[in-house]
Design a protein around this ligand. Structure first.
Ligand SMILES: [Zn+2]
Ligand SMILES: [Zn+2]
Length: 190
């Protein structure tokens, strides 16, 4: 099993993801307009690929540790009901997406992976592309992300259920034990 070193661009926030690699999580690219809006909101559309995709590695909260810079953690929501999207206050590095404190799931964004590592090595290759209808121009064959990707969705659901049943939602560096975000999300409507 791999471990993955995490760091924001300026280095104030650092951490680690344990037991990663192809079997430790699910790597996918999301083209959705909310992921794009999040990057733009932070002035960090450099984290998007040329079709507006965000490279995400889904893991369980217990795999993630923030070892320094906890005071720089911030989060926002793009609508009242939207995902809680995490970033660093120091340098606006996108960290990842979460649904709530009770769902044992973090979609870690590649920008928070320390850049001296090969994503294919520490995460495995991309398993699927989703929400392709929001992509900027047409992604090439194999990266369209159109239609329903049952295999990918089943994998995500199965992992989520396993994480829930095996208590992998705790400890969680982004939520307190009562399921409240460690810092209140601000709602930013783009
Ligand atoms: Zn930083
Ligand atoms: Zn998305």
């Amino acid at each position: 099993m791999q471990n993955m070193e995490l760091s924001c661009r300026c280095g104030k926030v650092q951490g680690q993801a344990a037991n990663t690699g192809p079997d430790g999580g699910t790597r996918l690219v999301c083209y959705c307009d909310d992921c794009q809006a999040f990057a733009r909101q932070l002035g960090r559309d450099d984290v998007l690929d040329e079709w507006g995709g965000t490279d995400i590695y889904q893991l369980a909260p217990c795999q993630l540790t923030i070892s320094q810079g906890q005071d720089q953690l911030r989060c926002l929501k793009l609508s009242d009901k939207g995902l809680i999207r995490w970033y660093c206050n120091c340098c606006n590095t996108p960290i990842g997406n979460t649904v709530s404190g009770s769902l044992p799931f973090i979609g870690l964004i590649h920008s928070f992976v320390r850049s001296d590592q090969d994503l294919n090595k520490v995460q495995g290759s991309v398993r699927g592309y989703v929400h392709g209808r929001f992509a900027i121009s047409t992604p090439p064959t194999g990266k369209e992300g159109r239609g329903t990707q049952w295999r990918l969705l089943m994998r995500i659901f199965r992992r989520l259920l396993t994480a829930k049943l095996t208590g992998k939602g705790q400890p969680n560096p982004l939520f307190d034990p009562d399921g409240k975000p460690v810092i209140a999300p601000k709602v930013v409507k783009p």
